[in-house]
Design a protein around this ligand. Structure first.
Ligand code: 26V
Length: 825
């Protein structure tokens, strides 16, 4: 028999080979004498999964024994990307598996490429959740993530003739070895119906009689920590028809209809909504939110009740983190369970609820805050609407005592928005019921306090905090940039920075060391070659176009993120046209001084976001012209990376020399891709927005190319309208598009109209001159190799603050009140 902490699965080459072959034979059901790369990947993934499960069991047992306060992280989106490389690195078995595979005639890297991405999220918020889960595991915090197991992840982007087309991402088609279906962990989720009053022991209670029931089935995704045995879990819920679902129909013989209705239940977890900005109050979207909230709350209560009898202990054992407004229904659901099922009474239930919720908002825009039409909520979740009205009644009555009868302010702060359509403001609910409201950068927090949530800040200043975002260095250096990882460890003389990122600062001591410079440049070159090969292969796939061959001596200038007007990919394109125009008008001598550039753009536009889609098309028509202009050659090449996702980012970021972060100041809550570029020694060209302001403090103004209006200047510039002065160069490039220099003249008219004549809300014209200047400064620095390399080293050295380990530690200590609970090796 094994003792509790004995390692069950062995990691020597013979054991690993046997495990892999066993999985080939019995899991993949292929002969161990003949299997291809994909089958080998599947067997490898299952061998790794076995080890994850073992550690996860040990962690579970340890947590159950210690019974610490646990964090429950609720998010509707997680962008996990691939799991194989991250798992073997965090388990500390990467080299062992690579050796075992090579003896079987396979290469680890080749098999890793077989894995598809898990894209259960849109953009920044979703990838942040994934980084934070990994940091929670690494720092030994007792945490569980909850989300939805969408059958269709974020749409696949296909570019046809320069236009974006969307295709479904049926990511589960080839199976998913990283999840464990828990068919016995299911909860019934109720919808619709009516609320009645009932009396129990002379007390009146509300009883919700549902009109529809759906089962939530748990799918567990283990998340291993690095340098620890701790492995936590991301539990994703899938919808299945309930056995109790519409029994009536079966009994009345309406068998076919009943089966069709059962299928409808599954649609709740079928699709991820592909919009990362605006919330539309669609019924299915609300159903998704409640489905995930109800299953998670039932799971949390079940776990609590397994070990505790008295709900007074609940706040000592449970911290609930609301990742943006989408999971805010959790508040009403927990109140409902405590009132109607646990019969605690309003005051006790409310007291508990107020102690356990914390809320983080990821937006600066009021349009992104979830609002639910009262009619919709009342029909889908009648009891919740009553509870929200009761919470609001108490809140408004108290508020009147505090601020008097300031009706405008009372109306603004009320959870219920009056108007032609009455809405429930989920952000107000979240703020009122949470003990802490966090922003995602210092600037964001200031904007919340002075704009978005000003009324609430003035009422409860103590609730408002911020935790600047971070990203995990395990994924964004160790997995994605192994050459840089080895180089950093060599120069710091330790691998300890992988868990303790502050050690990176030690690189500063060698920022002018010529030996390091040589090795640093070599690493960048290796990564540029990798990226260039990808570009060539990817562009060569197209039937009508030739493959794009890029020069490694050129500056790889990257702008990859979701396409949005506020992120200003259009400014980048206008800058590229200006550069092209300048080169065309240069004499031979001047052309020799031009710094060759490869301008890389990648990112998806929301399917219904017309302007964003036009921006993608514009990039393609400009690329077509410039890439085929023999007069330009290697001086300027444009590349669009289609279907940008986590695994593509892992390839692109290490290979970038320069990266662009151009949001109009005051619009990017934080920005996290800039942190990944910084860690990889890539220089930034950026506005003073979001987290960039804090980056400047860490790396120094000399090591970043800044441009554009500051946040406080933006309102005055907008105010000027048509009187705003814009440079002639700006007018010239817009005219080139307008006049059809790149074709599609009519198609781009609305786009040009949006940035001229006082309509330029995102201030492209106002920032254009300083953008071009910053680009020139970047060119100048690039030709001075020694200066550039020093800057690059200083960027990586100063990136420590932007690790999600720091963010998570701050949350744990200041917001959640949880302690590490480390499972012994
Ligand atoms: C999110 C969602 C997700 C669920 C479905 C509907 C919906 C609607 C709106 C939003 C708001 C955008 C959330 C977002 O991704 N914000 C980004 O969060 C990053 C992490 O904090 C931050 O770095 C970015 O600046 C911010 O734009």
């Amino acid at each position: 028999m094994f003792g509790l902490m004995d390692v069950f699965l062995k990691n020597d080459p013979i054991s690993l080979q046997k495990d892999i072959l066993d999985h080939v034979e019995f899991t993949v059901a292929k002969s161990r004498f003949s299997f291809d790369d994909f089958e080998a990947y599947q067997a490898l993934a299952h061998s790794v999964r076995d080890r994850l499960i073992e550690r996860w069991h040990d962690t579970q047992i340890h947590f159950s024994k210690k019974d610490p306060k646990r964090l429950y992280f609720l998010s509707l989106e997680f962008l996990m990307g691939r799991s194989l490389s991250n798992s073997v690195i965090n388990l500390g078995v990467r080299d062992q598996f690579a050796d075992a595979l090579s003896q079987l005639g396979f290469e680890f890297e080749v098999l890793a490429e077989q894995e598809g991405d898990a894209c259960l999220g849109n953009g920044g918020l979703a990838r942040l959740s994934a980084c934070q889960m990994e940091s929670l595991a690494t720092l030994d915090y007792p945490a569980i993530g909850y989300g939805l197991r969408y059958q269709y992840g974020l749409f696949r982007q296909v570019i046809l003739d320069g236009f974006q087309h969307e295709q479904p991402d049926y990511w589960l088609n080839f199976g998913n070895p990283w999840e464990i279906a828990r068919i016995h962990i299911t909860y019934t989720v109720k919808f619709y119906g009516t609320v009645t009053d009932e009396v129990l022991n002379k007390e009146k209670y509300k009883v919700w009689v549902p009109g529809e029931m759906v089962e939530a089935v748990a799918y567990d995704n283990p998340i291993p920590g690095y340098g620890t045995r701790n492995t936590i879990v991301l539990r994703l819920w899938a919808a299945k028809p309930s056995d109790q679902h519409n029994m009536e129909a079966y009994n009345t013989g309406d068998y076919v209809d009943a089966v069709v209705n059962r299928q409808r239940a599954e649609s709740i977890s079928s699709i991820l909504y592909p919009d990362d900005r605006s919330y539309q109050g669609k019924e299915l979207q609300l159903k998704q939110q409640y489905f995930f909230v109800s299953a998670s709350v039932q799971d949390i209560i079940r776990r609590f009740k397994d070990a505790h009898k008295n709900f007074d202990e609940f706040p000592e054992k449970v911290a609930l983190q609301l990742n943006d407004t989408h999971p805010s229904l959790t508040i009403a659901e927990l109140m409902r369970v405590l009132l109607d099922e646990e019969h605690l009474g309003w005051n006790r239930a409310w007291d508990i609820v107020c102690k356990i919720f914390s809320f983080t908002t990821h937006t600066v825009s009021p349009d992104s805050l979830v609002k639910i039409p009262v009619d919709l909520l009342g029909s889908l979740l009648p009891r919740h609407l009553q509870i929200i009205y009761d919470i609001n009644f108490n809140f408004v009555e108290n508020l009147k005592k505090m601020i008097g009868l300031d009706y405008d302010r009372l109306a603004r702060m009320s959870i219920v928005e009056e108007g032609a359509v009455k809405n429930i403001r989920m952000a107000n609910l979240a703020i009122i019921c949470s003990h802490t409201v966090n922003g995602v950068s210092r600037l964001h927090s200031e904007l919340l306090k002075t704009k978005l949530f000003k009324d609430f800040y003035e009422l409860w200043p103590h609730k408002f905090h911020y935790k600047t975002n971070g990203v995990t260095q395990r994924r964004w250096i160790v997995v994605s940039n192994p050459s840089l990882c080895a180089l950093i460890s060599k120069w710091l003389g330790t691998e300890a920075w992988i868990r303790d990122i502050d050690l990176l600062i030690g690189l500063r001591d060698y920022a002018t060391n010529s030996e390091l410079h040589q090795e640093w440049k070599m690493v960048k070159k290796v990564n540029k070659i990798r990226l260039a090969e990808y570009i060539e292969a990817m562009s060569g796939l197209k039937v009508v176009e030739k493959a794009i061959i890029v020069s490694l001596d050129a500056m790889f200038d990257v702008h990859t993120k979701r396409v949005h007007e506020y992120k200003r990919q259009l400014l980048n394109i206008l800058g590229i046209i200006h550069r092209y125009d300048c080169i065309k008008n240069m004499n031979k001598n001047d052309r020799r001084k031009v710094v060759p550039r490869v301008c890389i753009i990648g990112g998806k536009a929301a399917p219904g976001y017309e302007m964003a889609k036009k921006i993608i098309k514009l990039f393609h028509v400009v690329a077509e012209k410039i890439n085929n202009d023999n007069d330009i050659g290697d001086l300027l090449k444009l590349v669009f990376i289609p279907d940008y996702n986590v695994s593509v980012a892992e390839l692109v970021i290490p290979g970038a020399d320069l990266s662009q972060h151009l949001s109009t100041a005051g619009h990017e809550a934080s920005g996290t891709s800039s942190m990944k570029f910084l860690m990889n020694g890539c220089l930034l060209l950026a506005t003073e927005d979001g987290s960039t302001i804090e980056m400047i403090e860490e790396i120094g103004r000399d090591n970043i190319f800044l441009f554009g209006a500051a946040v406080h200047e933006v309102p005055a510039l907008r105010e000027k309208g048509p009187a705003l002065k814009v440079p002639l160069e700006f007018l010239r490039v817009v005219r080139m598009i307008r006049e059809g220099h790149f074709g599609f003249k009519d198609y781009f008219k609305s786009l040009c109209d949006k940035i001229e004549g006082g309509n330029d809300y995102f201030l492209l014209g106002a920032d254009f001159a300083s953008y071009i200047e910053a680009q020139a400064a970047a060119d100048k620095a690039f030709v001075d190799e020694e200066r550039w390399t020093k800057m690059s080293i200083l960027c990586a050295a100063g990136s420590g603050k932007f690790s999600s380990d720091r963010t998570i530690q701050e949350y744990a200590e200041k917001t959640w009140g949880i302690q590490p609970c480390r499972c012994a090796f």
